[in-house]
Design a protein around this ligand. Sequence first.
Ligand code: URA
Length: 237
Amino acid sequence: MLRLDKFLCDVKVGSRSQVKEYLKKGMVKVNGEVVKRPEFKVDEKKDGISFQGKEILYKRYVYYMLNKPKGVVSATRDAMCRTVTDLLKDTGYDDLFPVGRLDKDTEGLLLMTNDGNLAHNLLSPKKHVEKKYYVELERTLGEEGRKALETGVDIGEERLTLPAKVEQITETSIFLIITEGKYHQVKRMMQAVENEVVYLKRVAMGGIFLDENLPQGAYRELTEDEMGIIVSYGRPE
Ligand code: URA
């Protein structure tokens, strides 16, 4: 349950003072009855709330794709650095978090949500969700290196990495598709084949592709088609 004025602000009907005015003028109905009191408690999941005769749909859970730029940390808060949640301030949702992490110097696709269940489903090691990276390397990736990545390499964990897919673009750039998400995984995999990452960008995750029209630092809501993919990983909360 939450206050009616808070609900109306949350769904962007207006600012706190505008909302107060709208209520006073009788422009808001709860379950068909005009309600003028800002402190009136509503159940946002059950009550039918309308403004100027139009029903308001309250989205408890939201799903965005962000084109993460370099220099921003994948956290909700950081004492020193700008975070990915800072980039989504305009949404008005203050409970968003990133689905997994990208390093500070990595760019590209980061899903942002307030749905803990979705994050859990996409990140669970058991689900083997595919992540696709565009990788620029310091040196040529030879046949031997490619084969090693496709078989599994030692990055200092208990087990070798799971077999990755490598799509060669040029001698020193590849697409790498992995189904794990260990700390610095791609960089460590490249070091395991005696190479170094010089540029890293995530281009896809779990069948959702980075929208190439999205400038760095920009975000947008997932489309219905993309939401269909998300739902296939398990019921959102
Ligand atoms: N692997 C890395 O090394 N860094 C990332 O940001 C993502 C995957």
